[in-house]
Design a protein around this ligand. Structure first.
Ligand SMILES: C[S@@+](CC[C@H](N)C(=O)[O-])C[C@H]1O[C@@H](n2cnc3c(N)ncnc32)[C@H](O)[C@@H]1O
Length: 290
């Protein structure tokens, strides 16, 4: 029998806050004491650790690798849904993808990177759009990569099984019929869509090693967890990873104002799309098309 978990003392809170920041660059504000307690309380019970004090002393051990990654995992916010915010996906389908495809017609290759992809709904939404609306791409080389620091989210993304609640949040009924099958009380995405996306457990604060071949870099609802310095560092990596006429897509509440020297917004309402500043060959998107 495990004794009830003790409350989180200030010193332990600071250790965990600094540890999560150093590991994942995720900023935990001083007033988020309750959040750490709430997220890590169940974890220490599951692990059979007696208190937050014991958790901290275990994290100090050089051999605590697996526990460290479980702690970081528990401190990530994995909120996501199929076709989240809807409009950016419409813009992509109607305006961005047709032009991008036109440009890449001779090489027949498209590359998309999804940073902070959580349980996979975002890359799978794009995969379903490609499959449904652009059948000519069936013969193309499509590279869709989802990356997330959370091993649990990457496991779930690879599995492609979603609860009824997750399905109800944004997946149109016709896509449910077309691309999912029942798996007990849940729904499994078809192999034809799952096989279009590769998932990698990766820390975006480490070098991404992208070599300038990405057509669209999705980085939605991730920058909000980082401080200004880390956001800039990551956007510099995105710049290096993009093709000169490629796009960056951010979340609805995110901007690149602190990186005006790197990116400029595409003038298309509610798209949250950016392209590289000074690109010699931008794809001109007509806002009326969206
Ligand atoms: C709020 S979710 C966004 C999911 C999806 N992009 C969307 O907009 O629906 C943020 C994701 O970023 C991931 N994340 C946070 N810090 C990260 C890091 N340093 N490296 C990789 N992924 C990270 C979290 O694990 C989480 O799944």
């Amino acid at each position: 029998m495990i004794a009830p978990v003790a409350t989180l003392e200030r010193e332990e809170f600071h250790f965990i806050r600094d540890f999560v920041y150093k590991t994942a660059a995720i900023v935990i504000d001083e007033d988020k004491h309750y959040l750490v307690e709430y997220r890590l309380g169940p974890l220490i019970e599951r692990e059979g650790i007696r208190s937050f004090r014991h958790l901290v002393s275990e994290l100090r051990q050089p051999t605590s690798g697996p526990l460290r990654s479980r702690v970081v995992d528990a401190m990530t916010t994995n909120e996501t849904s199929f076709f989240r915010d809807a409009r950016p996906f419409d813009h992509l389908r109607r305006a961005v993808l047709p032009q991008l495809i036109e440009r890449r017609r001779s090489e027949k290759c498209l590359t998309f990177f999804f940073g902070g992809c959580s349980s996979g709904q975002e890359p799978y939404s794009i995969a379903m759009i490609l499959r449904q609306f652009f059948p000519e791409l069936d013969t193309w080389n499509l590279r869709l990569t989802g990356a997330d620091i959370s091993s649990e989210m990457i496991r779930r993304a690879r599995e492609g099984v979603y609860t009824q609640f997750e399905i109800n949040r944004g997946l149109p009924a016709r896509l449910l019929v077309q691309f999912f099958e029942k798996a007990g009380i849940h729904w499994r995405l078809s192999e034809s869509i799952r096989s279009m996306v590769q998932f990698e457990e990766r820390n975006l604060t480490h070098p991404l090693g992208l070599t300038g071949n990405v057509d669209i870099f999705f980085l939605r609802n991730v920058l909000i967890y980082f401080d200004q310095e880390e956001r800039r560092r990551l956007l510099q990596q995105v710049r290096d990873g993009l093709r000169s006429d490629g796009f960056l897509m951010l979340g609805a509440a995110e901007t690149t104002v602190f990186c005006n020297d790197l990116f400029v917004p595409v003038p298309m309402e509610f798209s949250n799309l950016f392209h590289l500043k000074g690109t010699p060959n931008p794809i001109n998107l007509n806002p009326c098309q969206a």
